[in-house]
Design a protein. Structure first.
Length: 294
């Protein structure tokens, strides 16, 4: 299915910034499938705990992939679309799991006292990048790790005083994009979060979004030229922005009075972004069109 047919499965007229409701089902952490026919996401639609679902974009058919009494969350596709990595608390602690795209063969990959979160496959499909977190609040730590797709050869990639979260490889697999948590600015109540790049083997990250406040949920474009992210830099409302891979060419993509947006994920042809829209009562999935860069 080509993404030129987006209007076929949209449920609503555009909101601010052109965002259109994709499904009226509660949902967060969406990810577009590599073949552009599906979106995987987490939802509490069938109970208090989060489970993982796949939405077929052609006919709006919804399939539940996990079924546990604990949260299953943060799904991520393998590059060939055959596997999904995700986080599960079914064994009492957040760990990384992997399953086939149809929900079968769910396998636990990590087993650690700390919290393992935010899995992302490498572009060549051989490894999984993730966070290992410990502590709470100002005393929390979060480092970036990688492992082979079968859970072996776990290796820490970052040494950092403040948390590094939400990591993902660039399409050429040379740099890691992540969220860097910094101490609160003078007079600020919350920590400052910035988007940064870490070269493989590099010691110091390069900050891409020096604006104060929240910048997070970074997502590489498939060609590695742009980064989508959420920010509250304009009036404290989280909206979706784009920037170049070096932090230049910042562009606000959504501008809604009634919705705050997060967790953008690019379509394979880079014509659209799926993200979460929060109206204060419900969190649902929206699609936002993206113009080609000039």
């Amino acid at each position: 299915m080509r993404l030129l047919a987006l209007s076929v499965f949209m449920l609503s007229a555009p909101s601010g910034g052109g965002a259109r409701l994709l499904t009226d089902v509660d949902g967060t952490y969406p990810a577009w499938s590599p073949d552009a026919t599906k979106v995987v996401f987490q939802s509490t639609k069938d109970g208090a705990d989060a489970e993982i679902y796949v939405l077929e974009l052609g006919d709006q058919r919804l399939r539940r992939l996990t079924d546990n009494e604990s949260d299953d969350s943060q799904p991520a596709w393998s590059p060939d679309g055959s596997f999904i990595a995700f986080v599960s608390e079914r064994d009492g602690n957040p760990e990384i799991y992997r399953m086939k795209a149809d929900g079968s063969e769910q396998v636990r990959l990590t087993d650690h006292a700390k919290r393992d979160l935010h899995p992302r496959f490498s572009p060549d499909g051989t490894k999984i990048l993730f966070n290992r977190e410990a502590g709470e609040g100002r005393s929390s730590t979060a480092h970036i790790y990688e492992m082979r797709r079968d859970g072996t050869e776990v290796r820490q990639l970052s040494e950092n005083r403040f948390p590094y979260t939400y990591p993902s490889w660039s399409p050429d697999q040379k740099t890691i994009l992540f969220v860097q948590w910094l101490p609160p600015a003078p007079g600020a109540a919350r920590p400052d979060t910035e988007i940064a790049l870490l070269e493989r083997g590099g010691a110091e990250p390069k900050r891409l979004s020096p604006a104060p406040g929240f910048d997070g949920y970074p997502s590489w474009s498939p060609d590695g030229d742009r980064i989508a992210f959420a920010s509250d830099r304009q009036g404290g409302r989280r909206q979706i922005y784009l920037m170049g891979k070096d932090g230049s060419r910042v562009q606000q993509l959504t501008d809604s009075e009634g919705l705050q947006f997060a967790a953008p994920s690019w379509s394979p042809d880079m014509s659209s972004i799926v993200c979460v829209g929060d109206d204060g009562r419900n969190r649902r999935l929206y699609v936002v069109p993206v113009k080609a860069p000039r």
